[in-house]
Design a protein. Structure first.
Length: 202
């Protein structure tokens, strides 16, 4: 019978390192975990001419002005505003006026939907300086990639607003050099609805 000798208490036990699975290939980095820029990167960037940014033009607010407020970052408020007339304003460029009318825009991500629900409650209790008159849910992935729990939650959030619309997933909008355009019938219908809300209030 083999008896293990007692471990020396003054000697640290050997560290056990678990082997990880091979790292997945990345379309940008390949098999590498990171890449490094050139040694003089900061100097090279500092020497590049920086075009002067023109300040955003102030919007002439009227009774038909309708703001698009993002429930979270990157939900497409600027893209939607660019597809609409000048009366539809991206709140990221110019904040809504006091008691102004606004559509909340969120994506189908959990955090964005949860934020939309919180803002709906804040609007209902008068905690917002503007009036939320509706919700636009922008699909951030193909419809067959959205889980049933997310769809159920999205429907419950949609019912927290006077009116709710959805914008379909538009993969081309994510590409470099592509100018967004209303390609689907649903998106064209949503844009007409947004204009109607701006003009009539409902």
């Amino acid at each position: 019978m083999i008896v293990d000798s007692p471990r020396n208490p003054f000697v640290a036990a050997p560290e056990v390192i678990e082997e990880e699975d091979p790292m997945e290939e990345d379309p940008i980095l390949g098999s590498r975990d990171s890449i490094r820029g050139p040694q003089n990167l900061q100097q090279a960037l500092a020497e590049e001419p920086v075009p002067a940014e023109e300040p955003a033009a102030t919007v002439d607010v009227s009774q038909a002005t309708l703001w698009l407020v993002g429930a979270s970052g990157g939900v497409g408020t600027s893209t939607l505003a660019g597809l609409c007339s000048e009366s539809i304003v991206d709140a990221g460029v110019q904040e809504p006026e006091w008691a102004g009318r606004a559509l909340l825009v969120c994506s189908t991500s959990a955090t964005s939907l949860e934020s939309a629900a919180q803002l709906a409650r804040a609007s209902a209790t008068g905690q917002l300086p503007y009036e939320l008159v509706g919700l636009v849910i922008v699909h951030d992935r193909p419809k067959n990639r959205i889980t049933k729990p997310t769809l159920t939650f999205a429907r419950s959030v949609a019912r927290m607003f006077p009116v709710a619309m959805t914008v379909p997933y538009e993969p081309s909008w994510r590409e470099v050099g592509v100018t967004p355009s209303p390609s689907s019938t649903r998106l064209k219908t949503v844009l007409r609805k947004i204009h109607k809300i701006a003009q009539t209030g409902h």
